[in-house]
Design a protein around this ligand. Structure first.
Ligand SMILES: [Zn+2]
Length: 263
C-alpha cells in the first residue's frame, strides 16, 4: 500500500514471500492497477492477501507481462470471479490453458499456477484515460511483454529490470535477447519504471541503461576470454568465482553459466 500516494490514479500493492530455507530468502511482488487495468496478478501463494487488493479496486481487464507463476498465479481466480479478459503473449496462450507441474522450490515460493484461458494481447491496451503500447521484450523468458504509456512516461517492465547486475539467471533466460530488449527499451521515451519485484523506480531510464551497460561489458569480457580459447565453463568460473546461492537453492536451475553461454 505504500505506493498509493506516489502517482495519482495508480493503485499499488506489495506482497512479501519469505522462505525458511537453509538461508532465509525473501522476495517481493508488486502489483499495479491503472484505470481498471491490472498488470500481472501475483502468485497463488500470496492470494489470500492480494484478493483484498483486487476486491478494493475496480478491475476491467488484466494484462500479463509473462506466464511465470509469480505473475499469473491468480489469473484463474480473477477470471472465475469476474470473467475478466486476461491478455497474454500469443506464444504462451496454449501453455496457460494447462496447469504446469512446477519444481518443488517454485511451488514452495509461489504456489500453483492454475489453468486459465488467455486472450492474445493486442498491440495497444486502451483504458478510459490511458493508452499502453505493448512491447516485445524477450530475454527473461521467450514470451515477455512490457507496457509503455508514452504520454505519462511510464514503463511497466515485468521482470526486465528485476536484477540490474545479474550473477545467476534461470536456465531459460537469454542474455543476448535481454541486451536487444534493453537496447529497444532504452530508446523509448519514459522516466518511471514499474518493476514487478522491486517496485517503482523513479530513475527507470537510468537503471535500464545501467543494466544494458553491465551486460555489454560482460559480453565483451566473455568474448575476450573465448578469443583466448577458453571454454564457457572456464569463463564462468573465472568471471563468477563466488558461491552461487541461487544455484544451490534451485538445484542448478539458476546459474552464472546460463549468463555466459547465452551472452
Ligand atoms: Zn518471471
Amino acid at each position: 500500500m505504500k505506493y498509493k500516494t506516489f502517482l495519482q490514479g495508480i493503485a499499488g500493492w506489495q506482497g512479501i514471500r519469505e522462505m525458511p530455507w537453509n538461508r532465509p530468502f525473501k522476495m517481493s511482488v508488486c502489483l499495479y492497477i491503472i484505470d481498471g487495468l491490472l498488470i500481472d496478478t501475483g502468485p497463488y501463494s500470496l492470494g489470500s492477501e492480494s484478493i483484498r487488493f483486487f476486491n478494493e479496486n475496480t478491475i476491467q481487464q488484466v494484462a500479463l507481462t509473462h506466464l511465470h507463476e509469480d505473475h499469473s498465479g491468480m489469473a484463474a481466480w480473477l477470471q472465475e470471479k469476474s470473467n475478466l479478459p486476461v491478455y497474454l503473449h500469443a506464444g504462451s496462450i496454449a501453455e496457460a490453458a494447462i496447469e504446469p507441474e512446477l519444481e518443488k522450490y517454485r511451488m514452495e515460493i509461489w504456489g500453483r499456477r492454475p489453468a486459465f484461458k488467455a486472450q492474445s494481447i493486442p498491440e495497444q491496451i486502451i483504458t478510459d484515460k490511458y493508452r499502453f503500447e505493448v512491447i516485445d521484450t524477450p530475454g527473461h523468458c521467450r514470451y515477455h511483454k512490457a507496457f509503455l504509456e508514452p504520454d505519462q512516461g511510464w514503463l511497466f517492465a515485468g521482470d526486465l529490470l528485476v536484477n540490474i547486475k545479474p550473477k545467476s539467471v534461470y536456465w531459460e533466460e537469454n542474455m543476448s535477447e535481454m541486451i536487444n530488449s534493453l537496447e529497444k527499451i532504452c530508446a523509448l521515451g519514459f522516466e518511471v519504471v514499474f518493476c514487478s519485484h522491486t517496485g517503482i523506480l523513479k530513475n527507470g531510464k537510468e537503471i535500464c541503461q545501467q543494466k544494458l551497460n553491465y551486460l555489454l561489458d560482460l559480453r565483451e569480457k566473455v568474448q575476450e576470454l573465448r578469443n583466448k580459447g577458453l571454454e564457457d565453463g572456464d569463463i564462468d568460473q573465472r568471471l563468477f568465482p563466488e558461491e552461487d546461492i541461487a544455484s544451490t537453492l534451485t538445484n542448478g536451475d539458476f546459474s552464472s553459466y546460463s549468463i555466459v553461454c547465452t551472452i
